[in-house]
Ligand binder design. Sequence first.
Ligand code: CUA
Length: 318
Amino acid sequence: MMDPTKPSIMLPPQASTQAAGYDFLFYSLTALVVVCFIAIMGAGLYFVWKYRYRGGEHQAVEITHNTALEVAWSVIPLFVLLGLFAWGFKDYISMLVAPKDAIEIRVIGKKWKWSFEYDNGATSADEMAVPLNKPVKLLITSTDVLHSFFIPNFRTKMDAVPRRYTSLWFQATQKGEHQVFCAEYCGDDHSAMLARVKVLDEAEYAEWVKSHAEVGKTPVERGQKLFQVKGGCVACHVTKQDQPKTIGPNLFGVFGKAEKFADGSGLQIDENYLRESIEYPQKKIVAGYESASPMNTYKGQFSDAEIGDLIAYLKSLK
Ligand code: CUA
């Protein structure tokens, strides 16, 4: 007997309460398709053989119609398809409507990172902890373009849409780590837009959420957290001396630096420049980054206080 908690030839392991039901629908559809394929191809081949040319001359017989056959091949598929629709719709609704007692986690997609927020203020990037055997509802959005949050082992996938919330829920049945993919092509690093779901015992989960809730007390600590998690700036900027730069400039020692821009102008970097670069990143592009993948505006995503914290953090990078 196949162990559904292990990957099969066709599908990854089943690690949520809903997975088995979806797989049953998937295998049923596949079986139906295989049966229809064999029946149609078989009939075709049979007639090719039965009416093969065997010499001599033949007069074609004119056939106009066969009412009984035509009704049968229209009505039977109609009911089969309606049944499949009802079955799929029922499973789809069961994925959308979360149980009332589900834990809610906010998921934010952003080129090219997933971040997570918990009710107690805990935040995390790239890794989402959830408790074992407890319903979890995800409230999903995007800060830029369309993404899609996909956990194959749970058989759940939902679009992350800018300026709108979508949701799904699941109940994990297997401890350990499960891969998350972005399933909507969203730009250069779409394929690297990955995360992990960590399924933990209830006690481990409580500990994890508590340990991720420590809010930095100084502006620099708060700014660092904004930089890493909410802004996801780490996706494109490194912050340590000698670290190879990624998509955007290395921000080590950025404050007070004399910078040259693509349009030939120059400036000593101050708070006003940093703020402008967060809100209007295309205004003054550092020379050499003209053809780099452009930074999105963060205007409206940070409060003034948060921008202040971010600038404090950037100034501390020295
Ligand atoms: Cu985000 Cu693909």
